[in-house]
Design a protein around this ligand. Sequence first.
Ligand code: PGA
Length: 249
Amino acid sequence: MRTPVFAANWKMNNGPQEARAFLRTFLARYARRTDRTVAIFPPALTFSAVHEGLRERTDILLGVQNIHWEEKGAFTGENSAPIASAAGARLVLVGHSERRHVFGERDEETALKCAAAIGAGLLPVLCVGELLEEREAGRTEEVVLRQLRAGVAKLASAALGGIVVAYEPVWAIGTGRTAQPEDAASVHGVLRSALRKLGEASAANVPLLYGGSVTLKNVGALLAASDVDGVLVGGASLDAEGWSQIVRT
Ligand code: PGA
C-alpha cells in the first residue's frame, strides 16, 4: 500500500441491492488504476454482494468493519478474522470511534483484534482519534499515542509493517467539521515518529490515513499534507458518483 489509499466506510448503510446499484455506477466511472488503492468496507451482510460485484475488479480491496478476536465459538452476532478472510476480506477496521464510543470498545480489545487480524492474514486498519474535549484540553497527542501503542501491544515488531493507522478526530466524524490539513499533518507526524520508535524498519511502510468529514472539496488538500497517505471516508463514500470523483483525485 505505497500508493494513496481511498477507503470507503459504509458503516450501517447500503443493503445488498443498494450495493449492487452503487457498483454499477462506481465501476463504470472508475477504471482500474495502479497509482492508488481503493478499498470498501460494507456492512457484514452486504459483504458477499460487494465481493461478487468486484469479481472482475480485484484492484478494489474489500474489508469488514469489525471482527471478534476469537477464531470461533459461542459469540452470537460476531464474525471472526478467519471468517472474514475466508469470505474475501483483505482488511478490517479496528477501534473505529463508533466502536469505541457507541459500543464501549476498549484499548485492550483493539489489541486483541489487531493480533487476530494479523493472525488471519488481514490488514488491520487501527483507528485512533481524540474527542473534542480532549483536543480542547490539549490532550490530542496523549490520546492518539495511547490508542496506537495499546492497539499494537500484542504485535511482534515485524508485524508492525502489516497494519494501517487511521487518524480520525472524533469531533470531525460525520459533523462536517474537518481537521485543517496542517492539524492532520501534525498528528500524523506524531504517529509516524511513534511508529518509528516501535519498529524502525516497518514504520516507514505503515500508511497513515485521515478520516473525518472528508469530501471532494477537501480531499486534495488533506492528501497533500505531509504524512497523509490516504483517507477513510464515511458519508461522502455513499454516493457512487461522488465517491468516484473522490477516488480520482
Ligand atoms: P465521515 O466518517 O466521513 O462521515 O465523517 C468517517 C469515518 O467515520 O470513518
